[in-house]
Write a protein that binds this ligand. Structure first.
Ligand SMILES: Nc1ncnc2c1ncn2[C@@H]1O[C@H](COP(=O)(O)OP(=O)(O)OP(=O)(O)O)[C@@H](O)[C@H]1O
Ligand code: SF4
Ligand SMILES: [Mg+2]
Length: 341
């Protein structure tokens, strides 16, 4: 894989998203247009061969962010650079060519498979659709993908309903990998699976990444899953990223009150027990993305909120190398980071 160089001389990120906004028109109320601000100013980088997890509660904008990266949802503003090219500016043939490098694995392994298509044809379909002729031919590529994800060659003639849930997700992964993409977006890929099968699929994804070097944008609301799979993490709340860190830094010490609350809800994650001891309960629902509150969007649910929090919006600031957080009360004093919870 050709590695672009950044201005600083290191390898440039594979994916670079800046100030992404995705606003959906949703009719009119009291004579004024209603706009759902699903994603409202999101920036992040995804390095080559790494996994960035995007976590957050339902409705925080994770899927909309992912769909924009895949050009399946049109951004309202902002830029998305993939391997140095602005994806939002691509149209026609260049966009078609680019699509083979970006693939998606959905949450529900059944509804995303054509029930009348045989498994081998499902995996072959993207090659036919995009006119890709891999060395050795399309059928050889399909066989290779079956082997890679741990499906047996004779299963190529079976239909989706003849597979178990875990096997169907393996089939989805095989289909996503067929076009040899550089980036795979996984949107809650194990949420619909039994706990026992989850680890198998996560381990499969990790092994594939180790062997083939793809980058994963991994979307999940499950901290235990994220801890298992990611290198870096971005926490979303109501259309914004409120904390971004390496897995190690985040799971050692989450800094944003919302991150602490998410972690205390999952005592099984490493460090979760200590965080849980702080007993930060997340009550109520996030506000509406139609009229996000002024100031900090988490203020209405934050145990550390002060009056000033609702007046000014906290920017996402780097408080330690690679660790950024959007909270007025996370500070650096004498080289040490202090947090409100
Ligand atoms: N096409 C659309 N039109 C209008 N509103 C939308 C559209 N798609 C998403 N939304 C809204 O945007 C917000 C973010 O939705 P999104 O699906 O991105 O959240 P999510 O974080 O993926 O949630 P979940 O964990 O439930 O999958 C939600 O309030 C949702 O209702
Ligand atoms: S800015 Fe205020 S309300 Fe927002 S997370 Fe920090 S302490 Fe809580
Ligand atoms: Mg979603």
């Amino acid at each position: 894989m050709a590695q672009a160089q950044s201005a600083a001389g290191g390898a440039a990120p594979l994916l670079s998203v800046r100030d992404l906004a995705v606003h959906f028109p949703a009719g009119r109320r009291a004579g004024r247009p209603v706009v759902v601000k699903a994603v409202d100013g999101v920036s992040f980088d995804l390095e080559r061969g790494r996994t960035l997890a995007i976590v957050g509660e339902s409705g925080s904008g994770k899927t909309t962010t992912a769909l924009s990266v895949l050009r399946l949802s049109e951004p309202t503003s902002g830029s998305i650079h993939f391997d140095g090219q602005d994806l939002t500016a691509l149209r026609g043939e260049p966009l078609r060519k680019m699509r083979r490098r970006l693939q998606l694995v959905f949450q529900d392994p059944y509804s995303s498979l054509n029930p009348r298509q045989r498994a081998g044809d499902i995996v072959r379909a993207p090659l036919d659709l995009m006119g890709i002729d891999p060395p050795g031919g399309r059928e050889a590529r399909v066989a290779q993908m079956f082997e890679l994800v741990g499906l047996r060659p004779e299963q190529r003639t079976m239909f989706p309903h003849q597979f178990s849930g875990g096997q169907r997700q393996r089939l989805n992964v095989a289909r996503a990998l067929a076009s040899a993409p550089d980036l795979i977006v996984c949107d809650e890929p194990v949420s619909a699976l039994d706990i026992a099968i989850r680890a198998q699929i996560l381990n499969l994804l990790r092994r594939i990444q180790r062997e083939q070097g793809q980058s994963f944008l991994f979307i999940s609301h499950d901290m235990a899953v994220v801890e298992h799979i990611c290198d870096d993490i971005a926490v979303m709340y109501l259309g914004k990223i409120i904390e971004r860190a390496s897995r190690r830094a985040f799971f050692t010490r989450p800094l944003h009150p919302y991150s602490v609350a998410l972690m205390s809800a999952v005592p099984t994650v490493k460090g979760g027990r200590e965080v849980a001891a702080r007993r930060v309960r997340l009550s109520g629902d996030p506000p509406s993305p139609v009229d996000p509150p002024p100031g900090c969007r988490f203020a209405g649910r934050c145990p550390a909120a002060a009056p000033a929090c609702s007046e000014r919006e906290p920017p996402l600031r780097e408080v330690a190398p690679g660790h950024s957080v959007a909270c007025h009360f996370v500070a650096v004093r004498d080289g040490a980071v202090t947090a409100p919870l």
